[in-house]
Design a protein around this ligand. Structure first.
Ligand code: S3P
Length: 752
């Protein structure tokens, strides 16, 4: 249940668009208390009363303060100073539990005004900013739904009363807004870029064109682009003058960054540099769509460290069928590498089957930020204008790789060899994952890398180091570590050799070979010589066996199932899931086997057959490392015990996958015993359901979310899975495909 404002008497100071819309929204929500207003324009006050928005009011603040519990200051930013002084003088007239809040677009100057007026920052003052508005202003534009679904940022200080914050939260929740918190400086820096700079540019562009209009008659011919770009130049000039003045230094910083970017683009146009133009335009066009998807799902939090109050959940109904022919999206490991190697190659690399998931898109975006022109993705097709091993440019800021451990670890290797400094950051899950495993051997090669405490991200990589080849014995079976070192090895003065304790996926070696770079292997060791070059070549990304795994298991546990998964990559270093399911008794065949671009692919045909528990062979663990959440669901539906050991790596994936699955199993009633590096699962395969329905938490881990969605096929009741937005990192369209083969599953937004 969301909170509702329970203030006996609210006073809104300033009946502009925001003040009047707040009054209208509160009225519409049916708040019980009295709403008063204070505004110097008495005719506006009369109108507001006639419209039923307020119960009364007047022009003198002191007179309106009597018995007021909550004051909302909705006056222009520069008028705040005077209003704060009046408030400070007459606050004794208000109720003893008075809370004050404001709606100003800048926060530092308003905080200063408050300190000047009150002597110190009052504990009952909660500064706030609704991110809503319109180019229209005043009571004429009043809109009771103005704040619905919009964000309101509160910027409480450590000394602010939590009760006061709670009451201001309730105020905004009542009119349908989503309330977030951040500190004042961050608010001003973020808003300078997302709101103040665009307004400044729109005003300036329209003004410049207006001056030329007489001569060129521009406005007569102005069409869509002009209209879209300049709508906000119709906004209230006084309000915006105040905002630019009040947030001067952050606005100037944002303007400096913008001018530098504009100068670069100007230069590209002037020089007729088609690649540089394309690089900027493509980067911008994709950044726009990428951020859109981030903003609409989860990563607003990741980007701006705000608090998210809703998350995406799955409701997977019990039972269902698994029938048909589908193709799951492209392989994540190969997609990451296609961008990395294509960017470092000489010439144009055409990629098909690229995974348009958040993880691989983050890699793509990072290369755009390093000046690589990349077209697409358009239906899995990406064209990369390679810049060669030494052609990357310094990015403007930290490279954000979202949820992707692969991106961060492989980037660490290739960025260690660049001439410029870089910083790698990621989302909350990635920030918890160990990076010492790459930073340590890279340091042995001569790289200079700082990590946060415990070898965690962010990684700060100092450029301009001369790297030397090493002979490295990996302490864990990790393709990411191996690949990281091979990529750094491209920049080393001699040979880089990596020995793996068990075979791990070898896409990096194969793909380097495909782009003409010699990588050798003997037994458990592979090596390459630095100083060569990569030549562009087409890359065909097969369907991801790690995504296919959820459907393999779905079919393997569902009586009557008959499913074909087309064009799946069956590289021998990835087929642990096939080997394990077959050993458990699955009827799983490879059909239409062939090779594309150096990678074996096949159609996987799976029909229901009863499964039994097995001891998972240790040599299969690295070959199925990402598929265990799905395999555990197979084990829960297999007769007898399935034992897994030597799988401690599962604890440092996107979540602690051993714990996350064990917790979910406990809720479903699947018997199991958890060990440090493994698990025993006591499965059942009855004629009916094999466990009950329950609410489980994916902990934001895409593979845990999909595994429990599949588990619902043999549950007694619905399985509700929390925190599923990250499925978009590896498997966009999962829900649609799942429904297509016969699962009953839907997505829901859930309040946190
Ligand atoms: C990957 C390697 C594996 C795997 C990850 C992708 C890769 O990690 O879990 O999802 O693309 O190299 P480790 O090599 O660290 O086990």
């Amino acid at each position: 249940m969301s909170q509702v404002a329970r203030e006996p008497r609210i006073l809104i100071v300033g009946l502009g668009l925001i003040g009047s819309s707040l009054a209208a929204g509160l009225r519409r929500a049916g708040v019980a208390g009295e709403i008063r207003a204070c505004d110097p324009h008495l005719d506006e006050l009369t109108r507001a009363r006639e419209m039923g928005l307020v119960d009364g009011g007047g022009a003198c603040l002191a007179e309106q303060l009597d018995g007021v519990n909550l004051v909302v200051l909705a006056v222009p930013v520069l008028a705040m100073c005077d209003v704060m002084h009046e408030l400070a003088t007459d606050r004794h007239r208000a109720a003893p539990d008075l809370v004050i809040t404001d709606v100003g677009s800048t926060k530092a100057t308003i905080r200063e005004a408050a300190v000047a007026a009150f002597g110190s920052l009052p504990a009952n003052l909660v500064l706030g900013h609704p991110i809503a508005g319109s180019e229209k202003s005043g009571l004429d534009a009043v809109d009771p739904a103005l704040f619905e679904g919009h964000k309101v940022i509160l910027t409480p200080a450590p000394s602010t009363s939590t009760d006061a914050v709670g009451r201001v939260r309730a105020l905004w929740a009542t009119v349908g807004a989503e309330v977030l918190e951040m500190d004042v400086d961050r608010h001003d820096a973020v808003l300078a870029r997302t709101s103040h700079l665009p307004h400044l540019l729109a005003f300036s562009l329209v003004d410049t064109l207006a001056r030329q209009d007489e001569r060129l008659d521009i406005f007569r011919y102005a069409a869509g682009g002009f209209r879209d770009f300049t709508r906000i130049a119709g906004s209230d000039p006084v309000m915006w003058r105040d905002i630019f003045a009040a947030n001067q230094s952050a606005v100037l910083d944002a303007l400096d960054e913008f001018e530098a970017g504009l100068a670069r683009l100007r230069h590209a146009v002037e020089a007729g540099d088609a690649d540089a133009m394309l690089s900027t335009l493509d980067r911008a066009s994709h950044a726009r769509r990428y951020f859109d998807s981030l903003l609409n799902q989860r990563s607003y939090q990741a980007e701006y460290q705000m608090q998210e109050s809703t998350s995406l959940c799955y409701r997977a109904g019990p039972g269902g069928a698994v029938q048909g022919r589908i193709r799951v999206p492209g392989d994540k490991s190969v997609s990451h590498r296609s961008i990395m190697l294509g960017a470092l190659a000489e010439g144009v690399t055409e990629v098909s089957g690229f995974l348009e998931g958040e993880d691989s898109l983050a890699t793509l975006q990072a290369f755009r930020e390093m000046g690589v022109a990349i077209e697409g993705p358009h239906q899995g097709r990406v064209t990369i204008h390679g810049v060669g091993l030494h052609g990357l440019q310094v990015p403007a800021g930290p490279l954000y790789v979202g949820n992707a451990g692969t991106a961060m670890r492989l980037f660490a290797g290739l960025l260690a060899g660049q001439a410029f400094d870089t910083e790698l950051t990621g989302d909350t899950s990635l920030t918890r994952r160990p990076m010492g495993r790459v930073a340590d051997p890279l340091r042995e090669m001569g790289a200079v890398i700082d990590t946060a405490e415990g070898g965690r991200p962010p990684l700060k990589i100092r450029g301009g180091q001369a790297l030397k080849g090493i002979d490295y014995d990996m302490p864990m079976a990790s393709a990411q570590v191996k690949s990281c070192l091979l990529l750094a090895g491209l920049y080393a003065d001699s040979e880089t050799r990596v020995r793996e304790p068990a075979p791990t996926r070898d896409h990096t070696e194969r793909m380097l070979g495909g782009l003409g770079y010699r990588v050798e292997r003997h037994g458990d060791t592979c090596w390459l010589q630095g100083g060569g070059a990569l030549q562009a070549a087409p890359i065909d990304v097969p369907a991801d066996i790690s995504s296919a795994a959820f459907f393999l298991v779905a079919a393997a546990i569902t009586p009557g199932a008959d499913l074909v998964l087309e064009h799946v990559g069956v590289n021998p270093t990835r087929i642990g899931v096939i080997n394990i399911l077959q050993r458990m008794g699955a009827d799983l065949r490879l059909e239409n086997e062939h090779e594309v671009g150096g990678e074996p692919v096949a159609d996987l045909h799976v029909r229901y057959a009863p499964l039994h528990g097995i001891d998972i062979p240790a040599d299969q663990v690295p070959l199925a490392i990402d598929e265990f959440p799905a395999l555990f669901v197979a084990a829960a539906n297999a007769e007898g015990v399935t034992r897994l050991r030597d799988a401690g790596e599962l604890r440092v994936k996107e979540s602690d996958r051993l714990q996350a699955m064990a917790d979910g199993f406990a809720r479903l009633g699947v018997e199991h015993t958890l060990y440090d590096e493994g698990i025993d699962i006591m499965g059942r395969n009855t004629d009916g359901p094999n466990y009950r329905g329950a609410d489980v938490d994916s902990l934001g881990d895409h593979r845990i979310a999909m595994a429990f969605a599949v588990a619902a096929l043999r549950a007694e009741g619905a399985v509700n899975v929390r925190d599923c937005a990250n499925v978009a990192t590896s498997f966009p369209g999962f829900i649609e495909l799942a429904r297509r083969v016969g699962l009953t599953i839907e997505e829901q937004q859930e309040g946190a």
